[in-house]
Design a protein. Structure first.
Ligand code: HEM
Length: 480
């Protein structure tokens, strides 16, 4: 009789990984080897060298990195009971006054999640289509102006104006209209937040609790300015609700729903909760969608034949319209959707996700105690030949085939730009609608090119991954 053998569990210490530098007796771990502006790429390069499961350290903290689709799926699904966002993340968000649905855990997270998910569901998006249409028209007008003036424009900045205008209308019922504003805008403050979050979460020690540098003081000022602005929005919303008491029974947006819930038994949200979640939605809704759009437009420039394929589809669906005029048009743009998916496969704005285990867990054959952070390389698994054929190629066809040909691999479980499981991104539908609206509007109305093709466009990691140097020129389409 053959004895059944089980593979031995490995300890974290037994995993391969980069050697710590001997600096300060090894106290900093691998910190000195990392350039945080390209943290995700460093982790992907280490996966090339050490395999899909390895370890490294940042100061006293150990981290296990996982680049295996199945193990990643387990971490994302087994929440909130086994895995949660890092305790340190909650602390850092809390210090800045935006510990809301993204950073909280347990029962606190559950009640916040319910209300955020409701505010972003399809029914609300359907009703919001006119607002989206008007904002997309403003973006079109902005690009018509720069086209007419033959002036380059900072693509990411334009798109962030768009996403902030959309999020504030949908979530708060307020039109910031930053697309048509020349003076100071909230994005100037929001811009400071993600890079500093990234810096603080990667720091080997929480230095800012003892000593604040200029960047830390700038962050404090930016956060303070955003808080003030949110408080004004909340006060205005309270006044609207006082004038129209029906809104307490039937709130029309996220902010009204949070304020109304305060009065409903068992669902009390404090003022701090309301401010924190308003801040969270602003942050979560701005960079992510704007940067995804920016990457997609960069791919429009890189692949002119695929841009033409998208344009042919958009022309035929839109008829005489210049922007998808009806909510239902958006569902009739499969090539545009394929373009968005392929963009997010190659350039997901969240290329890594980091979690804590709440008890000792076994993952990918490794015994991981609580306190060891678990880093999931979600971009890497979507770029591996075992999950997607010809992974480095930008192909629309892989998303348009009804079923993959027998010799093609198309593992959608390895495509996780919005995460998965109970904490997957509740803004996914909104983001996809925005992305399709803007890509369709652009293809219908404009030609786009890099303002200076000799300047390389690079990936910059600062909590999300954005393109650098994306200055572009627009030209109005010839026959308009
Ligand atoms: C292309 C655009 C976007 C991408 C790629 C994206 C990606 C993500 C990812 C990867 C997560 C973590 C998911 C997980 O832990 O499983 C997340 C969470 C979240 N996203 Fe998004 N997101 C986008 C747009 C938005 C928008 C437009 C909003 C709202 C206005 C939003 C709100 C949130 C919130 C509130 C969470 C936290 C959910 C929770 O912890 O329960 N996101 N997003």
């Amino acid at each position: 009789m053959n004895a059944v053998t089980f593979p031995e569990l490995k300890s974290v210490a037994a995993l391969p990984g980069p050697k710590s530098w001997p600096l300060v007796g090894g106290l900093l771990g691998n910190f000195p080897q990392i350039n945080f502006a390209e943290f995700h790429r460093q982790l992907e390069r280490w996966a090339d060298a050490y395999g899909p499961t390895y370890r490294f350290s940042l100061g006293p903290r150990s981290l296990v990195v996982i680049a295996d689709a199945e193990a990643i799926g387990v971490v994302l699904r087994e929440r909130p009971h086994l895995f949660g966002r890092r305790a340190e993340l909650e602390r850092v968000f809390d210090e800045l006054g935006f510990n809301g649905v993204f950073s909280s855990d347990g029962e606190d997270w559950k009640r916040q999640r319910k209300i955020v998910a409701m505010a972003l569901n399809s029914a609300h998006l359907h009703k919001f289509h006119d607002g989206l249409l008007a904002t997309t028209e403003r973006l079109r007008q902005r690009w018509l102006e720069v086209a007419k003036a033959d002036r380059p424009t900072d693509l990411c900045a334009d798109l962030m104006r768009y996403t902030v205008d959309v999020t504030t209308q949908l979530a708060f019922g307020i039109d910031f209209n930053t697309l048509e504003t020349d003076g100071p805008i909230i994005q100037q403050h929001l811009d400071k937040v993600f890079p500093m979050l990234s810096k603080r979460l990667g720091a080997p020690f929480p230095y800012w609790r003892h000593l604040k540098f200029r960047a830390d003081r700038e962050l404090d000022r930016a956060v303070d300015a955003i808080h003030q602005q949110i408080k004004v929005i909340i006060n205005e919303c309270r006044q609207r609700m006082a004038a129209n008491p029906g809104l307490h029974q039937e709130p029309t947006n996220f902010l009204e729903a949070m304020i109304a819930a305060k009065e409903t038994e068992g669902l009390a949200f404090s003022d701090d909760d309301i401010i924190a979640n308003s801040f969270t939605l602003l942050l979560a809704g701005e960079d992510t969608t704007a940067n995804t759009l920016a990457w997609a437009i960069k791919f429009f420039i890189d692949y002119p034949e695929l841009f033409r394929q998208v344009r042919t589809e958009v022309d035929s669906v839109l008829g005489a319209e210049l922007i998808p005029a009806h909510f239902t048009d958006i569902a009739r743009l499969p090539a545009v959707e394929a373009f968005a998916n392929e963009t997010m496969r190659l350039k997901p704005v969240a290329p890594i996700l980091v979690f804590d285990a709440k008890e000792t867990v076994t993952l990918a054959g490794v015994e991981i105690p609580p306190g060891v952070a678990i880093v999931l390389l979600t971009r890497r698994i979507a770029n591996r030949p075992e999950n997607f054929s010809a992974p480095a190629q930008f192909q629309l066809s892989r998303w348009l085939e009804k079923a993959p040909a027998p010799d093609r691999v198309h593992n959608t479980k390895a495509f996780l730009p919005f995460g998965t499981g109970p904490r997957f991104c509740p803004g996914r539908n909104l983001a996809l609608v925005e992305i399709k609206m803007v890509l369709a509007m652009l293809a219908r109305n404009f030609e786009v090119a890099l303002a200076d093709p000799s300047v390389p466009v690079e990936e910059l990691f600062a909590f999300t991954m954005s393109p650098t140097n994306l200055n572009v020129k627009f030209k109005s389409r010839a026959h308009f």
